[in-house]
Design a protein around this ligand. Structure first.
Ligand SMILES: *[C@@H]1O[C@H](CO)[C@@H](O)[C@H](O)[C@H]1NC(C)=O
Ligand SMILES: *[C@@H]1O[C@H](CO)[C@@H](O)[C@H](O)[C@H]1NC(C)=O
Length: 328
């Protein structure tokens, strides 16, 4: 009798549990995704990888950890008015194929504007400047820092392809929990001693709310204002010529200077660039993981000996370097 009595009880219990678990699943799974995915008329441009739907299953079922517990498994891309080229599409697909736990979100000019308005309403100065900017490359530069600051993840330019090492293995195991921002040297080895070292900005990985990225953002806002004052123009009237060196204003040199400045403030002493130069393996400075040149910029560095693997390849489309600072 007890054995008989147990079955229906447990069956009842099971169906109740399934019901509760199903509800929980919908609440937990759909709630965050509706929060984090902007829904709008450009939604069809937001490319969600098929594997994204297996996300929760993959996480719980896999023994492999994410690259860092603080960095969302989301890759950000941004397309210009011409959309995604076949070549970029192929690179993007390949990246997602190699990283099935990751999803991609492709921003457009419209969704970028909306995203910044929505997520930076507490910083009207940023919103006004971002929406007002007319030079595409300045907006594209600023957008990556804003997206990564607001939500974290991985920024990838459209001319970047993934190497064979899965993103989950990009950060050495012992540094995983500590890395809040991951940057790679663009020019580090093979350029002599008199170069100005810079982090590349085509691939950046970040946890949301990085104070170092906020420094980059604030410094860009100040610097663009300064350019406007020098030329006596509004933000919308600022041209590529007036902006001067884009690399300095919003690009890799800005990223490098502001991150090092922010680290200097955290440490209350200037970060000695020599101590993070000629890297042959990643180095952690506070919560900033600096990868060697070969990781993200293998073709831009020359080593005497064999190095580690190229994690990404930058194909230097250099598409913004046209007269108006446009994109692909
Ligand atoms: C920072 O360093 C300066 C000298 O380099 C020192 O005078 C100051 O007290 C330090 N500030 C903190 C908060 O440690
Ligand atoms: C390259 O490898 C050789 C042999 O292992 C070593 O003696 C040399 O110091 C290395 N050079 C550099 C620049 O790491």
């Amino acid at each position: 009798m007890p054995a008989h009595g147990r079955r229906p009880t447990s069956a009842k219990f099971t169906s109740t549990s399934i019901f509760i678990l199903t509800c929980l699943f919908f609440v937990l799974y759909y709630h965050p995704s509706t929060l984090s995915t902007p829904r709008d008329q450009d939604q069809d441009q937001a490319y969600k990888h098929a594997h994204d739907h297996d996300h929760s299953t993959y996480e719980s079922g896999s023994r492999r950890q994410s690259a860092s517990p603080r960095i969302p498994e989301k890759i950000w891309y941004k397309v210009g008015p011409k959309g995604l080229s076949d070549q970029s599409h192929a690179w993007l697909d390949d990246c997602l194929h190699k990283n099935p736990a990751h999803s991609a979100q492709i921003m457009t000019d419209t969704t970028g504007d909306e995203y910044v308005q929505e997520h930076f309403s507490h910083r009207p100065d940023i919103v006004e400047l971002y929406l007002g900017l007319a030079v595409p490359i300045l907006k594209a530069d600023l957008l990556r820092y804003l997206l990564l600051y607001a939500e974290g993840g991985i920024w990838a330019d459209l001319d970047v392809s993934c190497g064979e090492v899965p993103i989950r293995e990009w950060i050495p195991e012992r540094l995983r929990a500590k890395a809040g921002l991951v940057v790679g040297w663009e020019f580090d080895v093979g350029w002599g001693e008199n170069i100005i070292r810079q982090f590349e900005s085509w691939t950046i990985m970040a946890a949301p709310g990085s104070m170092h990225l906020l420094m980059v953002i604030n410094d860009i806002v100040d610097a663009i204002r300064e350019r406007m004052e020098v030329h006596g123009v509004s933000v919308g009237e600022l041209t590529l010529d007036m902006a001067g060196s884009v690399i300095d204003l919003t690009g890799p040199r800005r990223l490098t200077r502001s991150v090092l400045k922010s680290l200097g403030m955290v440490r209350n002493e200037t970060v000695d660039v020599k101590s993070i130069s000629h890297l042959l393996e990643p180095v952690l400075v506070e919560d900033v993981l600096i990868l060697p040149g070969y990781s993200f910029a293998s073709t831009a560095n020359v080593y005497a000996n064999k190095t580690g693997p190229a994690l990404v390849t930058h194909h230097y489309a250099g598409s913004w370097k046209n007269e108006n600072g446009g994109e692909v």
